[in-house]
Design a protein around this ligand. Sequence first.
Ligand code: URA
Length: 260
Amino acid sequence: MDSKDTSLAALRWLVEAGADEAIGEVAQDRLAAPAPIPTPPKPSARKLTSNDAVLASARDLAHGARNLVQLRAALESFEGCPLRQDATNLVFADGNPKAKVMILGEGPGAEEDRQGLPFVGASGQLLDRMLACIGLDRTSVYITNMLFWRPPGNRTPTGHELASCLPFVERHIELVDPGYLFLIGGTPAKTLLGRSEGILRLRGKWTHYQHPGMPRPVPALPSLHPAYLLRQPGQKRLAWQDLMALRAALDSGKDPLLAG
Ligand code: URA
C-alpha cells in the first residue's frame, strides 16, 4: 500500500467509526475541572465484589419481578450499580404502562434525580412538545431510561453502569410489553439493538428488538435525543420525520417491518 492508499484507508476507518457524526448527547467541556474522586460506598450498601456477581444479582432480582411494582422494589434493593451512591432518587418511569409506545432515554439528569421522574428537565419539556405534535402525552406513552440513577455531572455512563442496569431494562420491556419502542439517543439504540453505528445512522430505521423473554419481536425506532436537539435545532426536521413514522405505525396498528 502506498501512502495515499494508507491515508484513504485511515479516513474510511474513521468515517466507519462515526468520526463524522455528532454522537454525544451532552457537549464535553474539556476545560472543566477533573471529575471529583468517587466517594466510597455508603456503609449500608451490600458490597458486590465482582462484575459477575453484580450481573448475576441484577439478573436474579430482575427475573424475580412479576410486575412493575416488584421491579421497582427490586431496583430499590439492588446495590450493584455504583451510580446509586451519588444519586438522590431512583428514577424508574413515568406515563402509562398500558400505552402502546414505550420511550427509552439514556439516564436521569439533575432535575430527574431531584424529582425521581424521567424527562422532567429541559429535554423532557422538549420531549413533551414533540410528543404533543403527534397527539401523544404522558397518558399515551410510557417513559423510562437505560439507567435508573443519574451519572454525576451528567457524564457519559460507563459500560459497567449500563450493564448493571440492563437486566432491569430488559425485564421492564418484558413486563410493559409495548407495541412500539421509541429509542431516543445513541445509548438506548445501540445497547438494545446491539449496534455500533452512531445515532445519525441508526435513526429513522425501524428495527426489531428481540429478547428471549418477549413473546414476539417489538418494532423499535431509534431517534434523536431532545438534549441533542436543544443544541442542534437544525436537526429537528429529522426528529420530526421519526415522529411522523411513529404516528403512522400507531395509526396502522401494524408492525412497520412486516406491513406490506
Ligand atoms: N435525558 C435522558 O436521557 N433521560 C432523562 O430522563 C432526562 C434527560
